[in-house]
Design a protein around this ligand. Sequence first.
Ligand code: AP5
Length: 231
Amino acid sequence: MALEKRPREELNRAVIFLGPPGAGKGTQAKMLAARYAVPHLSTGDMLREHVSKQTALGAEAKPIMERGELVPDSLVLKMVAERIERPDCTHGFVFDGFPRTVAQAQYLGEMLKQHGFRRPFVIHLLIDQALLLRRLTGRRTCKVGGEIYNIYELPPKIDGRCDSDGGELVQRPDDRQEIVAPRLQAYEKQTAPLVKYYRRLGLLHDVDAAKSVEEVSQQVQRSVQQTRGAR
Ligand code: AP5
């Protein structure tokens, strides 16, 4: 059997990207996960997959997501618990869009302890609300590989087609302007309290998310490297 190839630097922990819709969590989480060769765990992507496969969970989540509200903790926690038990998570993983409530964060803390992981590393993406609307309404995602583009900021070379695999680029239904407002409200009410929660625990690292994708990524990598050894 071929030996598993690991990068020289290992992550060996959970990294959490925290920030409002459109802050760049998915963009940055994918880059960081690729760098450390660990899974990128987006609860939004997992839920959208359930919706497209028409599972029972997907049927429950669909109308909630369409309204721009949060899916109940009970559904999300079970899905995450099952995912991090898979063998590809042994060397760490990068969360995008999870946890989103204090109850989810507390549950995650317990799960990480049970699996023998160190405390998570939380990257807080700071961004002005005015930029978010442009990022969300301009976002297009590849139907094939999930690559993320933005028609204003990061357009593909060929209109409507993915640079990597030529897949069709589509708009997420919840990126329509009328659904963006309730998503931002849900963030302020239910997820923003996590900033205080993780800051109090000394686990939060602020990153200016208004900069370019490359600059944000460099800041993220610097913070992760500086604290990689910390417990
Ligand atoms: P989810 O899929 O997690 O969406 P979100 O949190 O609203 O975040 P987004 O994916 O919209 O934005 P992002 O921060 O990832 O930005 P991105 O990198 O794509 O959740 C969807 C729904 O699922 C929720 O509303 C909820 O119903 C449910 N859900 C999911 N998780 C849940 C949970 N844990 N509990 C309960 N419910 C849950 O970037 C956005 C755009 O900006 C792109 O076009 C990108 O190209 C561009 N961009 C990114 N960075 C830059 C940059 N630096 N400069 C210029 N453009 C940039």
